[in-house]
Ligand binder design. Structure first.
Ligand code: PMP
Length: 383
């Protein structure tokens, strides 16, 4: 099996798996005052520091959550105040788009979606227009797109938003642990992440909130007051410790891994486009995450291709929601036709991908494509 779905979830890093197993063997609620509790709290503190180091923030600016979905929901709920514009983009993950719709539900006129180009880049010049008549509010733009890997120039976005008096949130779920991201340098107010995208366990993540951000206290979960009242509930000690270990491992090899993964991705693209010259790579190629390639094979349904190569785990450009396949909202927003979106495959790779997997996937795509084209020709032929 060759694994090409790192953007769905990355394999857990050995350091993180070891940390989770060890933590699960120890008893202790991080809120308890006795020794096992204090030990758990100490390990959570270490993980908070490891994650803060990856983002270049202080540990006190991290709120642990169950993942990026919760972090995005919390960010938008906490930082958006009714009556102000909420500016985002149509290529965001549903965890931002749906949260944005929810917080502006009774005032949808305040939800502004910036235009997106065919190259997947959000038009940041349109930010000035969005704030032409009003000031304040919230801008939420993803650092890297989960389907195409296209990166947002957060420096430009933050400058424009702050000049308009707005706060800036970024869903950096696909960026953290893959490329360096420095919240201080970028001047970001809030940032969401999820551990399992960078080799930590699933079901744990965090929201960074810049100290001193003018946020009304609006937690999603109230109860025992954990996380300084921002997220009630017993901490997921093992998950948090695993996330910290993954953050440290990712930070250690960030530059080297990014270079290696870029070279592997480029090799895969080279092999695929070499044998299938009419395929198209989607998204701005020189402004992408290292480990993603999103390829349209015109006229060939992606689900059939994936079914014809069961030993390659990649994903379709369309998602199956409630049993009905729906084309990717990201590809449609970029201007692809429904047919092209349905003929698109995302290959995402990462820190553990090998040369052999690249060669294997390229061969498998070629074989599967031949097989599916032959089946299509037969179905179209004389009856
Ligand atoms: N944002 C982005 C950009 C994502 O890719 C994902 C995961 N696919 C999420 C948010 C949600 O993360 P989680 O499911 O871990 O909550």
């Amino acid at each position: 099996m060759s694994y090409f779905d790192y953007n769905a979830t990355a394999p857990i890093r050995p350091e993180a798996a070891a940390a989770v197993i060890e933590a699960m063997r120890s008893v202790g609620n991080a809120s308890s005052m006795h020794q096992p509790g204090r030990q758990a709290a100490h390990r959570v503190d270490v993980a908070r520091r490891q994650l803060a180091d990856l983002l270049n923030c202080s540990p006190g600016e991290i709120i642990f959550t169950s993942g990026a979905t919760e972090a995005n929901n919390l960010a938008l709920r906490a930082a958006y105040t009714a009556g102000n514009p909420l500016v985002t983009s149509p290529v965001e993950h549903p965890a931002v788009l749906e949260a944005a719709r929810a917080v502006t539900a009774d005032q949808s006129a305040d939800l502004v979606l910036l235009p997106v180009g065919y190259d997947g880049l959000v038009d940041l010049d349109a930010l000035d227009h969005a704030f032409a008549a009003r000031r304040g509010g919230l801008v939420s733009l993803m650092a890297a797109n989960n389907e195409t890997g296209v990166l947002t120039d957060l420096r430009v976005a933050t400058k424009a938003a702050h000049e308009a008096g707005a706060l800036v949130h970024t869903d950096a779920t696909q960026m953290v642990g893959r490329l360096p991201i420095d919240v201080a340098e970028l001047d970001i107010d809030l940032l969401s992440l999820s551990a399992h995208k960078f080799g930590g366990p699933q079901g744990v993540g965090a929201l960074y909130v810049r100290r001193g951000s003018p946020l009304p206290h609006r937690p999603l979960l109230v109860g025992g007051g954990q996380e300084r009242g921002w997220r009630a509930g017993t901490l997921n000690v093992a998950g948090i410790i695993g996330m910290g270990a993954a953050a440290e491992a990712a930070a250690r090899s960030l530059g080297e891994e990014a270079g290696r993964v870029t070279a592997l991705r480029d090799r895969l693209e080279h092999l695929i486009t070499g044998t299938l010259p009419n395929c198209r790579i989607n998204g701005r190629r020189d402004q992408r995450l290292p480990g993603v390639t999103n390829i349209t094979f015109p006229g060939v349904p992606a689900d059939a291709v994936l079914a014809a190569m069961p030993d390659v785990a990649a994903s379709e450009g369309s998602a199956c929601a409630s049993g009905a396949p729906t084309p990717s909202h990201v590809l449609l927003a970029m201007g692809l036709s429904r047919a092209d979106a349905d003929s698109t495959i995302r290959f995402s790779l990462g820190y553990a991908t090998t040369d052999a997997e690249i060669e294997h996937a390229a061969q498998a795509v070629k074989r599967a494509m031949t097989q599916v084209r032959a089946a299509l020709a037969k179905a179209d032929g004389p009856r």
